[in-house]
Design a binder for this molecule. Structure first.
Ligand code: IMP
Length: 201
């Protein structure tokens, strides 16, 4: 059985990396940044699901790093928009468009849609792969409502328009401690740690 001592975090997104490090703090495995490796490939995310993309990223990066790599794919699904932006969340309105603009474009698309029909969820898939071998993949989601206006300045991406009914706040108003308990990434990372235990101790 694979005895894991080190894992590369296969993302260059600093916001994600910070969340991953905070949530996985305490696992008996050293986490390395992808930036440790020179010129990592930009993996084309052409899968149909978050899981497809997470697996593809983990396998390609593990082949490149010659180490175990964890990779995630995540995004926002809005029911009233037929689950858009979904796997295209980071490319919505163009990759170079900032999130203030992306959020206001989504709110524009949802103009007139009543609160009860603004249901949405963040999804996250995380895969762990060795070169040429997928170890496992986990999936989780976090349910919410798209608000009428952006609120809050914590978090990143679509957090300011993602209202969490249980807390009566947007994800960007919640603060990192609470977000890191309830978010799609937090839940997926909990599942990830459980699976990881089988490979590490
Ligand atoms: P990825 O880097 O291809 O996984 O793209 C993730 C996309 O979903 C980006 O557009 C993110 O802004 C968005 N996203 C993923 N997780 C979160 C989150 O926790 N909060 C806000 N937006 C997120």
């Amino acid at each position: 059985m694979l005895k894991l001592k080190e894992i590369v975090i296969g993302t260059c997104n600093n916001n994600k990396k910070t969340e991953i490090r905070k949530i996985l703090n305490g696992i008996p495995v050293r986490l390395l940044d992808l930036e440790v490796f020179e010129n990592p490939p930009n993996v084309i995310e052409d899968g149909v699901t978050f899981e497809d993309n997470a697996i593809k990223k983990a396998l390609e990066l593990a082949g490149f790093c010659k180490m175990c790599v964890m990779a995630d794919d995540s995004g926002l699904e809005i029911d009233a928009l037929d689950k858009r932006p979904g796997i295209l969340s980071s490319r919505y309105c163009g990759e170079d468009t900032g999130y203030e603009e992306k959020c206001s474009r989504l709110l524009e698309e949802l103009k007139g849609v009543p609160f009860e029909k603004r249901t949405a969820r963040f999804r996250c898939a995380i895969a762990l792969a060795e070169p040429d071998k997928l170890q496992f993949v986990v999936n989780a989601s976090c349910e919410g409502i798209i608000s009428n206006e952006p609120k809050g300045s914590n978090g990143f991406g679509y957090d300011p328009i993602f209202y969490v009914p249980e807390h009566e706040l947007t994800m960007a108003e919640l603060g990192s401690e609470m977000k890191n308990r309830i978010s799609h990434r937090a839940l997926a990372l909990q599942l990830f740690s459980e699976r990881l235990k089988e490979l590490t101790w």
